[in-house]
Ligand binder design. Structure first.
Ligand code: C2E
Ligand code: CA
Ligand code: CA
Length: 716
């Protein structure tokens, strides 16, 4: 079996993929450019030779005996034939490669080819047929090659016009005809030189043509073997026949035969090795292209291919977007799968989702853009039915876990980049994330303002940081017993020249969505240290500041280094910076965070647990980490008055924290009753509108200055 396979592969009986076929075909057309060029030059040289050797010396005589035009053509018609064939091939190959040139130049090629073919058939063949040295059949065959090639070139361009694409079969046929022309040319001139009295045994022309066809063009090995053997058999037989007919110095010796066979064998080996090498190259290329076009995880097209493919369609058809809609597909709660079943199952889910989507949107463009997000460009007709089918599939794939299909749609148009259309579809999709009743929503004008604001925020983040439109506001944190100031929380605010005051709700979730949040947080860290340094230099009282870190910060930047850089640059004592990490962050990336938190603590930063009680893994988090302070989420206080149990829960949480050796802070304190109660149950720190909203730096400092906020002696 191994041996059979070896020979099957060696002789080229293995079926090649369309890509490899195209690759070899393209390589052939490329080689044909050079071959055709050389043939044209060679023929011109032969015409010049013929003219100086026969036509000019015999000119007077010719004028006397026959029509001068016919006289000239009887000498150079063969050469002209090959010039035309070579030139057509050359032009064809050239235009085949250049799509833009193609449109303009194929017309010229067609006209030239057609007119010369007609000239050939009606004028030169009949007048030359009588004087041929080879038999009539070969001559007719030889002459018919040109019109054949001409008609192939013309039908190729017509086909291309009709179908709007390259036709490889016609290209292959043109090459085959071209190769045949070369071989016939080689035989004819090799033979005529052999029998000529003045230049016996000049068969270099024959050998050159064989080398051209066999080595520059790539055939499957078994085809090369057939071509070479046939041509050699025909040619050596012609020579043998001649030498038995005519005696004298033009004999075909045994030695010649051996030379021919050796040459045939070595040439065959060369062609096989060239073929194998090209196929290996093509396969390597194919793999590279595959990787560039397909998504690693799901195996469906990647987004780059999505864009380029659609752009290609659009270039060919300006109305391509008519009746089309772009869909952004997202799986709500996808994280549950990763969390509960592990990443491998999560990946499998994405793979299956991608495959199902491609199956359902069979004739459309489908690509995975990131995570569990897939984009589709589909026809408006019936796309809702397809979404319904996909919804059912998602239900099946989810295996009982609560995940839901969410789809946002947006109609593309020529005035807007596809990228932006996808963004709009994504935006629309985000709006129905938390509504279990709705699966599909289409982007509309009403969403436009909010969407534009979002785009604005994304596009202006760098500028807002650079120009300090984004800055920290400071919200007081007080001791619950004395109500004296013991710290502040830095909360980002964006004061924009166009949109005015932007609150974190406008930009934090968005920046997390697009994975740019670390830029903002790095900026806030720097600003906090900078503000603190300035206050210290001006001999103002400073209090420790807690800074909010997003879960993604730990993935997107080196938090330890960023903090180190800022505190060193502004020479800030690490005691004065607290790191706030939300409970949900810890639930998702426990491994990465574990190390970082340990290092941060070792470096001397206090670690505060933000939003305790807002998620569903609060107690777990307490088990795994030792926090300096737990910030209890203000949601607990939302119906403080009415619900007695709220108080009990708070009481227990604080007891629990004390037991674990962690300090407590409750945020969102708005009334005196709440503050009194929290003090009573032993919550150490309080934060909320009752003690002050987040203030601008100047305002915060002013309040300290005029003793509206009294800084406690006990700070840490
Ligand atoms: P958070 O860390 O829980 O911040 C507390 C939020 O509660 C702040 O909202 C604050 O203004 C608000 N707040 C304070 N006291 C009261 C009160 O008595 N009653 C009520 N109803 N609200 C109060 P803000 O500033 O809008 O920030 C919202 C969230 O945005 C923050 O929640 C935090 O998660 C995030 N955030 C803010 N600044 C940054 C930042 O620089 N980086 C990161 N990564 N996130 C930030
Ligand atoms: Ca916070
Ligand atoms: Ca909080």
């Amino acid at each position: 079996m191994v041996v059979i396979n070896f020979f099957r592969d060696l002789l080229g009986f293995r079926k090649n993929s369309p890509y490899v076929k195209n690759y070899l075909n393209d390589a052939n057309i490329r080689s044909s450019i050079y071959m055709a060029f050389i043939i044209v030059v060679l023929e011109i040289w032969l015409i010049i030779r013929q003219t100086t050797e026969y036509i000019i010396p015999d000119w007077d005589n010719a004028m006397l005996t026959q029509n001068a035009f016919q006289y000239v053509f009887s000498y150079i018609s063969y050469y002209l034939l090959f010039i035309v064939v070579g030139a057509s091939m050359f032009l064809f190959a050239l235009f085949y490669y250049n799509n833009k040139l193609y449109k303009k130049a194929e017309f010229i090629t067609n006209i030239i080819t057609a007119s010369i073919s007609i000239l050939w058939i009606f004028f030169l063949i009949p007048q030359d047929l009588g004087k041929t040295t080879i038999d009539k059949f070969t001559t007719v065959f030889l002459y018919s090659l040109l019109p054949l090639m001409g008609s192939l070139i013309i039908s190729h361009s017509i086909y291309k016009r009709l179908k709007n694409k390259n036709n490889t079969y016609l290209a292959i046929s043109i090459i085959v005809v071209f190769a045949a022309v070369c071989l016939v040319f080689g035989i004819k001139f090799g033979y005529s030189d052999f029998i000529s009295k003045s230049r016996p045994k000049m068969i270099i022309c024959f050998l050159t043509m064989i080398l051209f066809v066999a080595c520059l063009l790539i055939w499957k090995p078994y085809i090369s073997i057939i071509i070479l053997t046939t041509i050699f058999v025909i040619f050596s037989n012609m020579l043998k026949n001649y030498s038995t007919l005519e005696e004298g110095n033009r004999i075909f010796l045994d030695g010649d035969e051996i030379n021919y066979i050796t040459f045939l064998i070595s040439l065959t080996m060369v062609t096989i090795s060239v073929y194998q090498q090209r196929v290996t190259e093509a396969l390597k290329d194919e793999r590279l292209i595959h990787d560039a076009v397909f998504d690693d995880l799901s195996g469906i097209h990647n987004i780059k291919h999505f864009y380029s493919n659609i752009n290609l369609h659009k270039e060919l058809n300006n109305d391509y977007y008519n009746n089309k809609i772009c869909l952004f597909i997202n799986i709500f709660n996808f994280r549950t799968i990763n969390d509960q079943k592990g990443f491998q199952i999560g990946d499998e889910f994405i793979c299956n989702l991608a495959k199902k989507t491609t199956e359902i949107f069979k004739l459309d463009h489908v690509s995975r853009i990131s995570d569990d997000h897939i984009v589709v460009l589909t026809s408006i007709d019936g796309f809702m039915d397809k979404i319904d089918i996909l919804k059912e599939e998602v239900k099946k794939l989810s295996n009982g876990l609560f995940v839901q299909l969410k789809v946002g749609g947006c109609k593309p148009n020529n005035d807007e980049s596809l990228n932006r259309t996808i963004d709009k579809a994504r935006y629309a999709c985000g709006l129905i994330k938390r509504n279990p009743e709705i699966t599909y929503i289409e982007y509309d004008d009403k969403m436009d303002d909010r969407f534009k604001k979002r785009q604005y925020i994304m596009n202006h983040l760098e500028e807002a940081i650079e120009k300090e439109w984004i800055k920290p506001f400071y919200q007081p944190v007080v001791w619950s017993d004395t109500k004296e100031l013991c710290g502040a929380e830095a909360l980002a605010r964006w004061i924009d020249p166009t949109y005015g005051f932007l609150s974190p709700a406008d930009f934090i979730p968005l920046l997390e969505d697009v994975r740019l949040i670390h830029k903002l947080d790095e900026h806030i860290i720097n600003m906090v240290c900078k503000n603190m340094r300035q206050a210290l230099d001006e001999n103002k009282t400073v209090v420790p500041v807690s800074i909010n870190f997003s879960r993604l910060d730990f993935e997107l930047m080196d938090v330890i280094q960023v903090l180190k850089n800022a505190t060193e640059k502004y020479n800030i004592n690490k005691d004065y910076i607290h790191v706030e990490i939300t409970e949900s962050a810890l639930a998702y990336s426990i491994d990465i965070l574990n190390n970082i938190i340990t290092t941060l603590k070792k470096d001397g930063y206090a670690i505060w647990l933000d939003d305790f009680g807002s998620g569903y893994s609060s107690l777990n988090v307490l088990k795994d980490f030792m926090f300096d302070v737990i910030k209890i989420d203000m949601k607990f206080l939302s119906n403080f008055e009415k619900n007695e149990r709220t108080k009990d829960i708070l009481d227990c949480i604080i007891m629990l924290a004390n037991r674990l050796g962690m300090k407590t802070l409750t945020e969102g304190v708005e009334t005196k009753e709440e503050a009194d109660f929290l003090n009573e149950i032993g919550c150490g720190r309080l934060q909320g509108y009752l003690f002050g909203k987040p203030f601008k730096l100047e305002e915060f400092e002013e309040k300290i200055e005029n003793k509206e906020l009294i800084v406690s002696k006990k700070i840490l």
